[in-house]
Each structure stands twice: as C-alpha cells, then as structure tokens.
Design a protein around this ligand. Structure first.
Ligand code: BGP
Length: 477
C-alpha cells in the first residue's frame, strides 16, 4: 500500500445530524430544524418530539464518542460547528459564549488523544432566521454575516485548529437550494439568475474566508468541498460524452473558482445558455483570487448519463434525476451505486485539474445493521458489507497515491451512526460505532463497537498495510 506516514485517517460527522440539544445553551433554530423528514420543509414550528432534532445526543456524549474515535486511532476528526450555536439568529453583535464553550471542549477532547480537528464551517445548518429574513444566500448580506461568524472561529481557535472547510458540498445548492443555501424560494420557482447569483455570493464568501483565515493565522489550511458526482457516459456515443462533459462542468464550476481563483473559461457559455447575467464587482473578482489550500470532496458512488434522457434505467437520484444505472456497479440498500475504482478516477481527475492536495472528506456505506450479542456480554454488528465497501475504496485511494496523486487524508462519513441527511432516518447507518436508537425515537443511546471498528483500527495502525487488495478475496480480521 502507498499511504504516506502522515496520512490523516479518521471519520466525519455534522453537528445537525448528531448533536441534538437543538435549543440548549442559547442555540437558535437552524434550517435543519424544519427538515425533520429529510429534504422536505415543514411549515409548523419545530418541536422537541422531532427525531432529527434529538440527533444521537452527541452534545452530551461527545467525550465518550471522541474516546471511541481515539480507540480506532483517528489522526483527524472532521466535524461541523452549528452556526446557530454561535450566532443564534446570525445577526447578534456578540457570539454566544456557551456555544463557543461547547466547541472549545470538543476541540480540547480531540487534542487529548492527539486527534487533529478538521472543522466544516457551514454544513447544511444556516441559522433559520437568515433563511426567513433574507432568503438565505440569495442575498449578498450573507457574505458579511458568514465572515463575521468565520472571524469568531478563526480568532478563537488560532493555534488549536489547523484545517477548515468553508462549505460542505457547495455544489449541492444546484439541487437543494434550501438545505445547501438556506433559500426558501421553492426550487421550481427559483430562476437561474437567482440561483447563480446565490452561488456567486457563496463563492465570494468562501474566498474571503480563505483570505481572512490566512491573515489571522498563516498556518491555517482552508479547503473547498464538492459533492463529487462522478459520471460516466452511458455509451460511447459522442453525444453522451458531451452530455457528461457538460454535467461535469456544472460541478467543477465551483471547485474551479475556489481552487483556481476565477470563473473558468466555459462559465461564459453556461451563463449565456442559462440566461444568467452575473452581477460581479471588481472587489468580488479580487476576492476570488484567494484560492483554497486543499480541495476536498465527498464520494459515495458513480453514475451514468446519456444525451437521450429516455435511455438507461434511472438511479432515482434526488439530486440529478437524469442519472442512470451502471450495469457494472453493485447497488446499496438505498440505491446508491457502489464503485470503488470511481474513487481512484475522481482523485486523478481532481488532481490533474488543480495540482493541490486532496482530502476525501466523506465516503461510506449507509446500510441496515442488526445488533447481535458479541459473546462477551455486550453487543456488536457483523458489518462485513461495510468493511468490504471501505476496504475496496481505501485500496483505490492507495492506487491513486501510487498514481502520484497528493491525498492528505480520508474521513469516513458518519463514523458513528447518526441521522441521515437526505431521509432523516437513523436506520441508514454508516458508523463503525452502533448507536442504540430506533426510528420511533426509542433506544438507550448506548454505543456499541461494530466489527468494522476493530477492522478500521487495524487499518489505521498498519497505515493501510492490513487492507485486502483483492476485491474477490474474503477480508479476514
Ligand atoms: C452528504 C452530506 C452528509 C451525509 C452524507 C450521506 O451529502 O454531506 O451530511 O449525510 O451525504 O447522505 P445521507 O445521510 O443522505 O445518506
């Protein structure tokens, strides 16, 4: 295996999917508090009876959870800060000290075990008040409000945190303008003009955050993050190749701006065809030149696309509905196609485009798990399917490293079971740590180590040497 000695092995979570305590210690409502069932906004006010709001009670159990992460040997832990814990409505003159104190403690707990924190500044959890008052990122005022929040974090955590990600999966605003951009206008009524102007404001905010971070601490490493929708042409028909090229450009437009410092050459035509006349000032253009230090992404699956949308079997993706099944890929229980080699391909493509260090911020398998007695008086999950998924993806990360790609690290998504983003379920579990919580909200919230816990511990301890390179050979613990 080709993992460098300083490879950052770890796991990732997001505040809104695990913390719970949705109004504790002065926290304000976030947009997630009106999404108790996944991507559908509820009109009534959130209540404490809501499953998603309870998360997995990480807010009160983070010490136990971080200790469990340390037990696997994590070098890095990616988590997000809930913006509405720091600025409950986004507009207070002073940050909420109790909210900051919570993250002080989380960061200290990481350091206790030599775990490097990697903080996502905005992970689908904008204060709800900003959505209601300004229609979220469709309003330029969001740039200043976001930077005010960033400044508090960058100053507070100087010398304690090194790695930051400005926005989780920034390109998902194309498909989920509310979740990703706090824009209340329903997608069907949102014009391309409004959408791309909002995207522009996020990109300017991200670049200004990079500049601000570096001015506060030159040691800070700030990254971008995209949802890597890796797409193959359904057939060798040149029309399908062009279809994929255009779909790719929709995604790369974001990381191109963030990593290369200006709108890419193809943006002019994209805007022309979408009827977008971007309002962009000289100050904006200057801000965009502040590029990220690393490029991160989430990778779960790959898909196919064809120019003729009637061809192929739809994947049922709620992000890009025109995506098609790949007959060569297996499919998860939630219909996500499984393609480990697609990760090597994605790493190579991003590296050849940006020549900047890459970070795999999310990867993992959402699956139904069954808790069984472990034979020693406790419980476990025999999650060989998850081990297989992670093993085969990590082997492809090693291949990409061998190809010469600079990969800084890998954080498996939902290293502890948490509430799903798209469906708000607990039963779609990604963790190597099982949380005793059921869909009806019952359960003790006790944590149990799954079989994958010991497997990942050995992978990290051996720096990848224990991985099974042959996808057809059983993985023996
Ligand atoms: C990404 C999000 C995460 C996470 C993951 C898995 O898009 O950044 O927050 O939840 O997807 O998705 P899901 O929870 O819908 O299975």
């Amino acid at each position: 295996m080709y993992f460098p000695r300083n490879f950052l092995w770890g796991g990732a979570t997001a505040a809104n999917q695990c913390e719970g305590a949705y109004l504790e210690d002065g926290k304000g409502l976030s947009i997630q508090d009106v999404l108790p069932k996944g991507f559908k906004i509820i009109t009534e006010e959130p209540t404490p009876d809501n499953l998603k709001l309870k998360g997995i009670d990480y807010y009160h159990r983070y010490k136990e959870d971080i200790k469990l992460f340390a037990g696997m040997g994590f070098k890095v832990y990616r988590f997000s800060i809930a913006w509405s814990r720091i600025f409950p409505t986004g507009e207070e003159a002073q940050p909420n000290e109790a909210g900051l104190k919570f993250y002080d403690d989380v960061i200290d707990e990481c350091h206790k075990y030599g775990i490097e924190p990697l903080i996502t500044i905005s992970h689908y959890e904008t204060p709800l008040a900003l959505a209601r008052k300004y229609n979220g990122w469709s309003n330029r005022i969001m740039i200043d409000l976001y930077l005010k929040y960033c400044q508090v974090l960058f100053e507070r955590y100087k010398g304690k945190v090194k790695y930051w990600i400005t926005f989780n999966e920034i390109n998902s605003i194309l498909h989920q303008p509310f979740v990703s951009g706090a824009i209340l206008t329903p997608k069907a009524q949102l014009s391309n003009q409004q959408l791309y102007q909002a995207i522009h404001y996020e990109l300017v905010a991200s670049a200004k955050a990079v500049q601000l971070a570096h001015s506060i601490d030159p040691e800070y490493k700030v990254g971008s993050m995209i949802l890597a929708v890796t797409i193959y042409p359904l057939t060798p028909n040149p029309d399908d190749i062009i279809e994929v090229m255009e779909l790719d450009n929709e995604v790369y437009l974001f990381s191109d701006v963030q990593a290369l410092g200006a709108y890419p050459y193809y943006a002019k035509r994209v805007f022309e065809e979408k009827g977008v006349q971007l309002e962009i000032s000289d100050e904006d253009r200057e801000a965009l030149t502040h590029t990220v230090d690393f490029v991160s992404f989430s990778y779960y699956s790959s898909n196919c696309a064809a120019a003729d949308h009637s061809l192929g079997e739809p994947t049922g993706s709620n992000m890009v509905p025109t995506l098609k099944r790949n007959p060569y890929s297996k499919v998860s229980e939630w219909g996500w196609q499984i393609d480990p080699k697609g990760l090597r391909y994605t790493l190579n493509r991003l590296y050849s485009r940006y020549h900047k260090p890459l970070f795999i911020a999310e990867n993992g398998l959402g699956a139904n798990d069954t808790l069984v007695p472990d034979g020693h008086g406790s419980f476990t999950v025999e999650d060989d399917y998850r081990i297989r998924y992670m093993n085969d993806h990590l082997v492809q990360v090693s291949e990409a490293l061998h190809d010469g790609v600079d990969v800084m690290g890998y954080t498996s998504w939902g290293c502890i079971d948490l509430i799903s983003c798209s469906t708000a379920e607990i039963k779609k579990r990604y963790g190597m740590i099982y949380v005793d919580l059921n869909s009806d909200g019952s359960g003790t919230l006790e944590r149990y180590k799954k079989k994958s816990y010991e497997w990942y511990r050995r992978v990290i301890e051996s720096n990848g040497e224990s991985l099974e390179p042959d996808p057809d050979k059983p993985i023996v613990l």
